[in-house]
Design a protein around this ligand. Structure first.
Ligand code: HEM
Length: 267
């Protein structure tokens, strides 16, 4: 099983579905038992997350979805591990009510609906990103720390980076279709030897430009924005080092909210 430096598995997760048929008189006790069993799952390193849902049309039907780090982690690790006895003690009375208990794998068919605005829409679309990067690169050109690094910058650079960020934030695929996509962006950083000090200054100037150009300042948007800028700028530093060989097939990043977008209080 491939693991990251921190020991976390990078294998795709496996999804276990358990369908139950629970008569109405037992429903409350069943949900309470799973609430207690859930507290056990929360301590199990093999479990990614879980959710119990109840059918609206036929309330006797419940579906429990548990995502495991792998089938092996579920069947070997969890079932033989220290948490299993406490978990099973809670759900044992309902074993006979199980209608289906199987593992599923993702097909890659997945996505978000239109209910939540993209970061691109929330920011104000292409015009907002162009304003941001025009102001930002003006600051960069005048900055003692960064101006030399950007000496040969294309006059269209602010528009290109605006197209990049717009696409990463869920807008049109303009950078991929018109500017060479992820490999081109990566290639522009290779060999530049960006230092941590330069990265910090880059991030600071971008935050200043965000305030100056009136990018939404609500905590949820700025958390997502800053998260991306932190990640992206650290990637730029890594990619720019002499010994780094970038993966040419790395996909275009797709960034989204860490928390749902801010809404004014009702009433
Ligand atoms: C979130 C972080 C970053 C993003 C999204 C980003 C994005 C981009 C993109 C899209 C390009 C290519 C534009 C084109 O198609 O012409 C580019 C080029 C470049 N980036 Fe970044 N970048 C980031 C961080 C940094 C940092 C931290 C530095 C240095 C402090 C840096 C320095 C450069 C330089 C020097 C170029 C080439 C500019 C030129 O000569 O035209 N980037 N960047």
């Amino acid at each position: 099983m491939p693991e990251t430096a921190g020991g976390w598995s990078t294998d795709p997760v496996i999804v276990e579905y358990l369908r139950y048929r629970i008569p109405e008189p037992s429903a409350a006790a069943f949900e309470a038992a799973y609430r207690r069993a859930g507290a056990v799952l929360a301590t199990a390193p093999e479990c990614v997350d879980y959710e119990l849902t109840r059918c609206v049309d036929d309330p006797a039907q419940y579906i429990l979805r548990i995502r495991w780090r792998s089938a092996e982690d579920h069947l070997g690790g969890f079932r033989n591990g220290p948490a299993f006895a406490a978990f099973f003690a809670e759900i044992k009375p309902y074993v006979d009510a199980i209608v289906e208990m199987r593992h599923y794998v993702a097909t890659g068919v997945e996505g978000r609906g239109g209910a939540v605005p993209t970061l691109y829409e929330w920011a104000g679309g292409a015009a907002a990103f162009e304003r941001l990067f025009t102001a930002f690169y003006q600051r960069v050109r005048e900055d003692a720390e960064l101006s030399e690094l950007f000496r040969a910058m294309d006059p269209e650079h602010p528009r290109h980076v605006a197209a990049w960020l717009g696409e990463v934030f869920g807008g049109p695929a303009a950078y991929s279709t018109q500017r060479g996509g992820h490999p081109h962006m990566v290639g522009m950083h290779v060999g530049k030897g960006i230092t941590e000090r330069q990265r910090r200054r880059w991030v600071e100037l971008l935050q200043d430009a965000a305030d100056e150009t009136g990018l939404p300042a609500d905590p949820e948007f700025r958390a997502a924005f800053t998260g991306y800028v932190e990640w992206g700028s650290r990637m730029a530093v890594l990619l720019s080092q002499p010994d780094t060989r970038p993966d040419p097939d790395a996909p275009m990043p797709a960034w989204t909210w860490a928390l749902p977008p801010w809404q004014p209080p009702a009433g």
